[in-house]
Write a protein that binds this ligand. Sequence first.
Ligand code: GTP
Ligand code: MG
Ligand code: ZN
Length: 307
Amino acid sequence: MQGLVLRTTGSWYRVMAADGTVTDCRLRGNYRLRGNKQTNPVAVGDSVEYAVQDDGTGVIADVCERRNYIVRKATKLSKQTHVIAANIDLLCIVASLGLPRTSTGFIDRLLVTAEAYHIPAMVLFNKCDLYDDELWQIHHDVAAIYQSAGYEVAAVSALTGYGIDELRHVLAGGTVLFTGHSGVGKSALLNAISPDLHLRVGEISDWSLKGKHTTTFAEIFPLPLGGTGTSYLIDTPGIKEFGMVDFGRDELSHFFPEMRAVLHGCRFANCTHTHEPDCAVKQAVADGTIHEERYHNYLNILESIEE
Ligand SMILES: Nc1nc2c(ncn2[C@@H]2O[C@H](COP(=O)(O)OP(=O)(O)OP(=O)(O)O)[C@@H](O)[C@H]2O)c(=O)[nH]1
Ligand SMILES: [Mg+2]
Ligand SMILES: [Zn+2]
């Protein structure tokens, strides 16, 4: 049989067949890892071949080829990578400008990774019910950074339902991965989109104003959101720092769409857009076509590659 991996916990994989039947499976004992660089051979969103046994559990014999996938480093210094999910249509970066505040540096590391793995991405600012005039102003400023870079941005509130109808339309029909810091409201948003889900949402601990890592493993929820067929929304555990996989120094700017659009104008093909003369990227930053904050975050990521 063939099925979709809905969640993975320890050595168990929950797999859903096309008819909706769900089977808890293990990996075939002699399943060979394709290389040993990835800590998890099977991820949510994977399509797998499996057989159901007499006791009702299943055995996964093979993982079908992935259309795409997104990974992060298991730990900052680790060479091993963890596949967050496979076969996704949209990465939804959930951010919050209230508490906890999400930095543009964090958002940009996720966007760069999405670009590197050819996954469309958008930025969702949740908790806009908490905005006062000042926070709305900050929201518009930050939203403009990402809109000018070519990304879709939305302000929503899981609490009041603001923007949720529009969001349902954006998400309809696709497989969408929700990611972001703990406490930004990923699970609350899924509940707002589909109130029958009843996902557990956390409390914000007031001493740190940080999330409490309420969601502990990634899980796909198949939902009828209208439009064309089923949508597959993936809730994931909050991440503190995004351990980006390494890219080449002269590769990085290709993962900033607004830089990619101009870098053919640089004098040197391997321009890092730092010290080189006749740099089209630096020129675009100077004349305001590329936002300074994106360039600043580019430099920070570049520095982390050099280390
Ligand atoms: N005011 C307000 N609070 C919200 C909103 N969305 C979520 N919250 C609150 O924020 C807290 C965290 O929400 P969760 O949905 O658990 O956050 P999460 O991103 O899933 O966190 P992890 O599972 O730990 O990664 C909860 O107390 C929610 O009630 C919102 O739109 N407005
Ligand atoms: Mg959660
Ligand atoms: Zn350049």
